[in-house]
Design a protein around this ligand. Structure first.
Ligand code: BGC
Ligand code: NOJ
Length: 811
């Protein structure tokens, strides 16, 4: 069953009922100020950091689940309703929500009044704009009341939901005309305040929650709205809110537009105050000036549109498959931008207070984002690298506001360092900008202890080499990519974190996954050394990589597939000798992507084992059989009920590794089949089962052992976004940025006739037509560029600002 449809021309997903199987959300904002908004206008916003600068309050795990947001209440002669349906839940005569790129439009209609809400964060603007257009569609005049509503968060989201003994006394506001200012803690160390402003004179306002909602009422029946009258309350402590009140009359057919701006302002210390305890509103007023009229809103929307036109013009696919086109051209890159911005911090499944930017997550997110805004990718690489330690290890997470490593979680995740090499290589392949390697980057965020980025990559590479276990395979530390495979943890007490408990320095437990990564990513490191003319070091690196490969053949293969690990007692994990967890997906994907086993048939066997043992109609599960009981020698993976998360859920992030691996062995039909299984545009018709948004990937889909196989969770913030984009755009469609040009290497379903890709790359545009007259899955017979046949399959770098015609014939 579906709940909406794709409007590709407008790049929108159109939701036709507020009662989606779960709140279906969107993200507003591109750089500093961000909002999450659901199809019923729920959600919240923050400046840069969802934990430390939360602007509006949101209660996770609420009843009903999505309660709290930017609400607009109508009181039409006693008939109270909300155009987004929530929170009043009065039946609507018409409803539609359009989630677009960086904006959301919600329209609700009842008894002849139609209310359209357009919500977005303009480019380079630290605030949300909400434009409300109300139209009287009835035959007579309508007289009604309109109330806006948001609830302020007292900035630090963690403190805000725990420290009530203090917080109920600190809240402060100011009201001036149609602007409500939130200035809690501004009197002391904060240099920031927020405001909620309307471009139209108000007939009243409220800033105290109890005055507006009532102590015993809910969001669904605020007493001021029921009374049809604001109380002009001023909050002193308790819970500050902002609500504008308008008494409106519209003639038949008449329409009125009101613009609201919800903004965030920082003032330098010496400009904080206007007079004693009166905040300096200069910057806020300048922001308000920018959105006084609908023309200004239109212009800002056009700019936003143009911004996305530009970003999405870098890779444009034309194929016969609409579901594929819309993922490659619109939704997948969009989700890549969101994951790049948010890492795993704020979604409807991530509370915004638990985690900052993940080291491995951000490096992988970059793979799907780097072609969009390479400059931001560059900055990110340097930020991430600065959280690395001198020995090559690194903080597992860092805080986006401070960019400092997170001490609570620390380091010891032994896959982390290698991802930095992969991200740096991806950046250089996209841009040709080798200068990044010479940047001085701190260790442990200490500006007095720096080294070049290339030196950081050396530390990454040798962190693996210097930490090998009894079989010569990499030690796993706290965990590798699979955060829940905690082989050195041995936790028996509830509440101990699997991620931080135990000794990460165990010298026995080894990871075949990291070994595969080393062989996959290591060659990038040696290629960079060669570019720098450091051939001896590159030879040495290549030798170490080759040795690792041999170790995998010797100790990392189980006869039909790659082993997963050795535990702290040297026992095999992911082996046919095990009763449970006989086979894991991750090493099959990573090892074959690295080319391991292609020469001796191991690779094909491993991928066939994946098909036979792990594949389900909804994707490939992580392991099988699932663990049935908790085992402290394996850690968190065995804490999950069978079929969920890392214990045999379809953990979508690693599915694209198998997709890529299938292209390595030349099986394009198979690769694309697997792509379709997890790609949301193909799952629209089972939205009732799938539950999460049909326009973005989810982290996890319940596996075959679960109660409801196919049910997804954790939508939006997942490495699946970057990896599926990489898998489809580079490994299947075969347009691969490389150090010396654009490599053309498609691996597609045999029945495809062909497709075109328009790719902007290093200052030129390549119009690439791929035809497949002989219906092969892989192999390029000829390539002509601007009419001349080239040898090899790498398109040269033109950097001439021109369009180039590229004809590729497969065969
Ligand atoms: C989840 C993992 C996650 C880890 C760290 C675990 O509970 O299952 O997916 O990476 O926590 O936050
Ligand atoms: C989610 C985490 O963000 C990611 O870093 C990890 O690799 C996966 N879970 C698998 O455990």
């Amino acid at each position: 069953m579906r709940f909406g449809y794709f409007d590709d021309a407008n790049r929108e997903y159109v939701i036709e009922t507020p009662k989606t199987p779960y709140p279906w959300i969107n993200y507003l904002g591109n750089e500093s100020f961000f909002g999450l908004i659901s199809n019923t206008s729920g959600g919240y916003c923050f400046y840069k950091d969802a934990r430390l600068r939360r602007v509006t309050r949101y209660r996770y795990n609420n009843i009903p689940v999505d309660n709290g947001g930017r609400y607009f209440y109508i009181n039409d002669n006693g008939d109270v309703w909300t155009p987004g349906w929530m929170p009043v839940r009065k039946d609507l005569d018409a409803y539609e929500c359009r989630h677009g790129l960086g904006y959301t439009k919600i329209r609700g209609e009842r008894n002849g009044l139609s209310v359209s809400q357009l919500s977005f964060v303009p480019l380079k603007f630290d605030g949300e704009v909400h434009q409300l257009t109300i139209k009287n569609k009835s035959n007579g005049e309508k007289h009604f009341k309109l109330f806006s509503f948001i609830e302020w968060c007292l900035w630090n989201a963690w403190d805000d939901m725990t420290n009530f003994q203090r917080n109920f006394s600190t809240g402060e506001v100011e009201v001036e005309g149609s602007a409500i200012y939130h200035k809690t803690e501004y009197r002391e160390r904060r240099n920031h305040y927020a405001f909620y402003w309307a471009n139209t004179p108000v007939d009243g306002f409220d800033t105290d929650r109890e005055a507006f909602i009532g102590l015993y009422n809910g969001f669904d029946c605020p007493q001021a709205v029921l009374a049809g009258q604001a109380t002009n309350s001023i909050a002193h402590g308790w819970q500050p809110i902002a609500s504008h009140y308008f008494d409106l009359t519209l003639k038949a057919g008449e329409e009125k537009t009101i613009i609201f701006v919800l903004g965030y302002v920082e003032n330098p210390e010496e400009e904080k105050w206007e007079s004693l305890n009166v905040i300096n509103k200069k910057r806020a007023k300048a922001m308000q000036e920018q959105f006084k009229s609908p023309d200004q809103v239109d212009k800002a929307m056009q700019e936003l549109r143009a911004y996305w036109d530009e970003l999405l013009s870098v890779y444009v696919l034309k194929s016969d498959d609409d579901k594929l086109n819309r993922m490659v051209n619109i939704w997948n890159p969009y989700q890549c931008m969101v994951t790049f911005n948010m890492s795993r911090s704020a979604s409807y499944f991530e509370s915004g207070i638990g985690r900052g930017m993940g080291f491995r997550d951000s490096n992988q997110d970059l793979l799907g984002f780097v072609h969009q805004i390479p400059e931001r990718a560059r900055e990110r690489i340097l930020d991430i690298a600065a959280t690395q330690f001198e020995d090559g290890g690194c903080y597992h997470q860092y805080q986006p506001l401070t960019k400092k490593g997170n001490h609570d979680i620390g380091g010891g995740f032994n896959d982390d360092p290698l991802w930095l090499i992969l991200a740096t290589a991806a950046y250089i392949k996209e841009t040709g900008d080798y200068s990044i390697l010479d940047e001085q980057v701190p260790f442990d965020c200490n500006p007095n202890n720096t080294a070049t980025l290339l030196e950081h990559l050396t530390r990454s590479f040798y962190h693996v080499v210097n930490n090998l276990g009894p079989h010569g395979l990499p030690l796993i530390g706290r965990a590798d990519w699979n955060d829940c495979l905690n082989l050195n943890c041995f936790s028996t007490t509830p509440d101990e974190s699997f991620q931080t408990y135990g000794d990460p320095n165990g010298r026995v437990a080894e990871s075949i996954f990291i070994a595969g990564m080393f062989v996959f990513i290591g060659p990038e490191y040696s290629a960079l050394l060669r570019y720098k003319g450091r051939n001896e070091e590159a030879d040495k690196a290549d030798k170490l990589i080759e040795e690792m490969k041999q170790k995998i053949y010797e100790h990392g293969y189980d006869g039909e597939w790659f082993l997963r690990a050795y535990d702290a007692f040297g026992r095999k994990i992911g082996s046919k000798e095990n009763e449970e967890g006989q086979i894991f997906i991750e090493p099959q994907g990573m090892c074959v992507m690295a080319g391991i086993g292609v020469e001796n048939g191991y690779a094909i066997k491993a991928l066939d084992a994946v098909k036979e043992r792990l594949e389900t109609p909804y994707g490939i599960v992580l392991n099988d059989p699932p663990y049935q009981r908790y085992d402290k020698s394996k850690g968190e993976i065995t804490s999950y009920p069978p079929g969920y998360k890392e214990n045999a859920g379809v953990f979508c992030h690693n599915n694209p590794w198998i997709i890529c691996a299938e292209t390595v062995v030349g099986r394009g039909t198979r690769a694309f089949e697997l792509y379709k299984k997890i790609t949301p545009s193909y799952l629209q018709d089972i939205s009732d089962l799938h539950k999460t948004e049909p326009y973005v990937y989810s982290q996890m889909v319940a596996g075959k052992a679960a109660a409801r196989p196919g049910e997804a969770k954790n939508s939006w913030l997942t490495g699946t976004a970057a990896w599926t984009f990489t898998a489809i755009s580079q490994w299947i469609l075969g347009i691969q940025p490389d150090y010396n040009g654009l490599r053309i290497n498609p691996c597609i379903p045999a029945d495809w006739k062909g497709y075109t890709v328009r790719r902007k790359f290093r200052g030129a545009t390549y119009n690439i037509t791929i035809s497949n007259p002989n219906h092969v899955e892989k192999g390029v017979k000829s390539i002509t560029v601007d009419g001349k046949e080239i040898s090899g399959n790498i398109l040269p770098v033109f950097n001439d600002g021109k369009e180039h015609d590229v004809q590729v014939v497969m065969g």
